[in-house]
Structures are given as C-alpha cells and as structure tokens.
Design a protein around this ligand. Sequence first.
Ligand code: URA
Length: 209
Amino acid sequence: MGNVHVIDHPLIQHKITYIRDKNTGTKEFRELVDEVATLMAFEITRDMPLKEIEVETPVSKATSKVLAGKKIGIVPILRAGIGMVDGILKLIPAAKVGHVGLYRDPETLKPVEYYLKLPSDVQERFFIVVDPMLATGGTAVEAIHSLKKRGAKQIKLMCLIAAPEGVEVIQEAHPDVDIYVAGVDEKLDEKGYIVPGLGDAGDRLFGTK
Ligand code: URA
C-alpha cells in the first residue's frame, strides 16, 4: 500500500489557507500554488539517492555528495496540474515535463486519455504526477495507468488537497505510488468537489468560470 505523506510544514499550511480563501484572486492564487509546489518538491525529493564524488575546494580535496538516482519527469494532469510545474522546476530545473489530458466519457463516466506526451526515456525516469486536487481519484488513477503503460516504473503523486475517497482509490489501484498532499479534507460533495477544498482549481488558476 502506498504511503500518504501529509506535509504539514507551517509555511505550506499558511499558504494553503490563502489558497482556500475564496477572496484570493487569480494572480495571488497562481503565485501561492507555485510557491507551495516548490515547498512540496523539497519534501517529495527527500528520499532521492546520493552518491559521493571528489571535488577540490579552494582549500583541499573533499568527498561530497551529488544526486545519484534516476532523472526526473514531471507530469501535470491537464489542466490544473500545469499550475504546479514551474514551482517544482525551481528546485529541479533539469527535470523534463510530460503532459497527460483526460476527459470523462459522458456514457461510461470513466476518464479517457485524449493527450499524452512524455519524455522519450520513460523507463529511466522517476515521475512526479501533479494535480492540485485529488477528488474521486478517477483521473489520477487513469493518468498513472497511462504512464505505467508506457513503461514508467517509479511514480509519486503530488496534490495540494485530497479527499479521503481519492486517497483510497489511488492506494487500491496503484499501491506502489506514494501520495504527497498538503491536506486531506473532510469529504466530496454530490458534484465531486472537495469539502471544504478550494473550489475549482483550474478556474481559479486560469481565471475562467
Ligand atoms: N477538482 C477541483 O478543481 N476541485 C475540486 O474540489 C474537485 C475536483
């Protein structure tokens, strides 16, 4: 079963409060999501493997550490996931960015992939799938499935806010995927919104309604 990491760092919790606030406008909302994504990236990379190399400081030779593991791929789920990409790239500027888009089939109500573009070396990368809201979990399950179908072996899911239902669905469908969130809220409402949540993340990021 994948672990759920609730990142309760005070800076993240402070910013999440203003992200939730309906009086926060588009510009500030976008900036706050970007900042929280950077802070969460710090936590999601905590277990990245290191190796020792030799460097020469101005004073002497030194054995020091550099990242040793797989290269990283960030995959935002369209559209709201895009709002978290730049924040992660601030910490991991060499990461490559794929995109996955899914729509809900009106008859089966199941998410269907309509767009997928990933870095060519999928098997060699460690992927961070990002979406601000983990609501029913249906879209994230399918997005992760899309990556696995193309050969992705190591995947983490990073969201701002999750509903307990969404967490359970991911853990069931993808027990190998750890989930990183800033908060797990109370429930989903009848329209699939997270309560209390923050409303429609895509609309609030892009100023649409
Ligand atoms: N997607 C959103 O943007 N908000 C929710 O509350 C649920 C899904």
